[in-house]
Write a protein that binds this ligand. Structure first.
Ligand code: ZN
Length: 302
């Protein structure tokens, strides 16, 4: 009896011990599972994790699905951000690309870097107009006292007002305007006129040119072609190519402005033989220059 009692006691004690151990194990699993839920996936996967890992059969979902969902969401987010960035780049360059296509520059792989192609910028364009000789000297002078500087300024003001009416920002600059140093704009055109002396009957016509060593040859050439074609169309004046001078191709302002600003100089006509056009039909002169600038800015085929 005593022996049997002792054996029964021992059995009971063992049963109680097993139950206690099982309870402790269950409590431990529960704690571990709660700890795992509180942890972020990164912490959970880390080697430095402090809370013990729950048994696989306790929380299989929490272990496998949460990090995977996060990872999948992250990959989807990265792909979406990438697509949006590509879309933005394409949208920003599309206008310039179309302009280049219409100008005949179809092979982009061998062309100059994008910055030297001077693609139209987003937003309203800024246009610089140099009123030839203004603020410095009279330029050519006619027998009756009419000066080239006066005629140029009349043209510059007309050009500026026509462009401003279309929403463009226009700066009228003097011949040696301090703003010319590092001047940044979508385009700069300097307006001059030729001699008022009678040279011969051939001293009639206009000229347009750019810097002989332009840092933007493609953009400047297109500006020159646009100005020439539109000015000729509106005024009917002929292009006087053989009197393009060193003063024009090495014009000082070309070397003062920012290297990214496309620029050209126009001699609107000879003050002697073309005086009627330059003074009495100044609106045509201005319209021809404006049309040339817009032809360039809009990427039109001249
Ligand atoms: Zn001049």
């Amino acid at each position: 009896m005593k022996k049997g009692l002792t054996r029964k006691k021992a059995r009971d004690a063992a049963k109680v011990q097993r139950a206690t151990v099982q309870r402790a194990q269950r409590a431990g699993r529960r704690q571990a599972a709660q700890g795992a839920r509180r942890l972020s996936p990164a912490q959970y996967d880390s080697d430095k994790v402090v809370v013990p890992r729950p048994d696989l059969d306790v929380l299989p979902g929490a272990q496998v699905e949460l990090p995977f969902q996060f990872r999948r969401a992250f990959v989807v987010l990265i792909v979406l951000v990438g697509l949006v960035l590509i879309g933005l780049v394409v949208a920003q360059n599309w206008q310039g690309f179309v302009a280049l296509q219409s100008a005949g520059y179809t092979d982009l792989s061998n062309s100059e870097p994008a910055s030297t192609l001077a693609a139209p910028k987003a937003g309203p364009a800024r246009i610089g107009i140099v009123s030839g000789h203004r603020g410095n000297d009279s330029g050519a002078v006619c027998a009756d006292g009419l000066t080239e500087a006066q005629v140029n300024f009349d043209h510059a003001v007309r050009v500026a007002s026509l462009l401003r009416a279309q929403g463009y920002t226009v700066d009228i600059l003097e011949e040696f305007d301090p703003r010319l140093r590092g001047y940044v704009a979508d385009v700069l055109v300097s307006i001059h006129a030729d001699s008022c002396a009678y040279i011969n009957d051939l001293a009639t016509g206009f000229k347009v040119t750019r810097a002989v060593d332009s840092p933007l040859p493609e953009a400047d050439d297109r500006l020159v072609v646009c100005l020439t074609a539109r000015y000729q169309r509106v005024t009917g004046l002929r292009f006087h190519a053989n009197t393009v001078t060193y003063d024009m191709t090495q014009y000082h302002a070309f070397y003062e402005i920012d290297r990214a600003t496309p620029a050209a100089i126009i001699e609107t006509g000879f003050l002697y033989l073309d005086r009627t056009l330059l003074t009495r039909k100044a609106d045509q002169v201005a319209q021809g220059i404006v049309d040339g600038i817009l032809c360039y800015l809009n990427g039109e085929t001249p």
